[in-house]
Design a protein around this ligand. Structure first.
Ligand SMILES: Nc1ncnc2c1ncn2[C@@H]1O[C@H](COP(=O)(O)OP(=O)(O)OP(=O)(O)O)[C@@H](O)[C@H]1O
Ligand SMILES: [Mg+2]
Length: 314
């Protein structure tokens, strides 16, 4: 068997977790950790690993110190996983453990690769259909309670306004001339961002796993919130371009997706806000332990902008 792919650089390892928390996890999960695998995917610096126990069982665990901002996200994810409706494509929450100033969230293990979103694969259609199902009805009360009333990061995304106010010298001329339009479209997002549907909020291929029994599942619910139905369908659009789809074809897919047809204005505004956020943040210094984030944001901004321009030119 080939060796597993290397973990993303900068991730905490199982050995970095304080011994009392490791012991607590082994006691709670009923076995001794025989092997630890760090899946590829993601940009975080926390522990995100599959624990293989000596009794043959497997669990997925995320852990970080309590004063690490990622712990807030992990606890939010745990609350969300415990409150999603059974039809949601998500793994079950197994437990939350606190020891020695660290917190670990344990989730049912999913067995498989990231879905293949490229044009030749059926996974893109599967994801599109999953999103239609997930957003067809209002979020249940338990989910709304879990995500709370705090304004979500999704609703606050923007970036073109900042670039317009002080355009960087190295911004390509074509993009510079589009800034007033992009900032105006993006400005409509905050007033469209309210809604009662389940929003994953960070949908990318590496935040999905194609489990060999359950099919494609969404993981990494740390940014989950409520909002208009279109949010995750819009987030998927640049990912499809990055996976090799033509921007024009993705724009057509978005035109036809039930989550987007419900509110075309919000769809366009959120796509603009998301691309603006990526374009602006790609210029900032890389956060510690996440060297791949800024290059990804650059690629994603270009991919999303290509789809957005198709929408705006119609
Ligand atoms: N339940 C699971 N079973 C198996 N593998 C999983 C499971 N959940 C996530 N993974 C894998 O672990 C990787 C990292 O997990 P996750 O995305 O939840 O955290 P993160 O990458 O730290 O967050 P971010 O995407 O914000 O950087 C995922 O890309 C996926 O490959
Ligand atoms: Mg992730």
């Amino acid at each position: 068997m080939p060796p597993p792919p290397p973990p993303p650089p900068g991730r905490l390892r199982w050995a970095d977790v304080p011994a009392p928390l490791r012991a607590r996890l082994e006691a709670a999960l009923g076995g001794v950790v025989a092997e630890v695998r760090t899946p590829d995917g993601g940009f975080g610096h926390q522990l995100a690993a599959v624990l293989l126990l000596d009794n043959g069982r497997r669990f997925f665990v995320k852990a970080a110190p309590d004063d690490d901002p990622l712990t807030v996200g992990n606890l939010h994810e745990a609350a969300v996983l415990g409150a999603l409706p059974p039809r949601a494509p998500a793994p079950a929450l197994v437990g939350v453990h606190h020891r020695a100033g660290w917190t670990a969230v344990v989730v049912a293990h999913l067995d498989g690769p990231h879905p293949d979103l490229s044009p030749g694969s059926g996974d893109a259609t599967v994801v599109r259909d999953l999103l239609a199902g997930l957003t067809a009805d209002p979020a249940p009360a338990a989910y709304r309670a879990a995500v709370g009333n705090a304004p979500s990061g999704v609703a606050r995304l923007h970036g073109w306004d900042v670039l317009l106010a002080d355009p960087p010298d190295d911004l390509p001329v074509e993009l510079r001339s589009l800034l007033p339009l992009l900032a105006a479209v993006e400005a409509r997002w905050p007033s469209s961002a309210g809604g009662d549907r389940i929003v994953h909020g960070d949908l990318r291929a590496d935040n999905m796993v194609r489990d060999r029994f359950r099919g494609v599942m969404f993981v990494d619910w740390a940014h989950a919130t409520t909002g208009p139905a279109c949010v995750d369908a819009v987030s998927l659009a640049p990912q499809l371009v990055l996976a090799g789809h033509e921007p024009a074809a993705v724009a057509r897919l978005l035109d036809e997706h039930p989550a987007a047809t419900a509110d075309p204005e919000a769809t366009t505004a959120f796509l603009a806000a998301l691309c603006g956020h990526w374009r602006l943040n790609a210029r900032r210094p890389a956060p510690q332990g996440a060297p791949g984030l800024r290059p990804y944001q650059n690629r994603a901004a270009a991919a999303g902008l290509a789809v957005l321009l198709h929408r705006l030119r119609r």
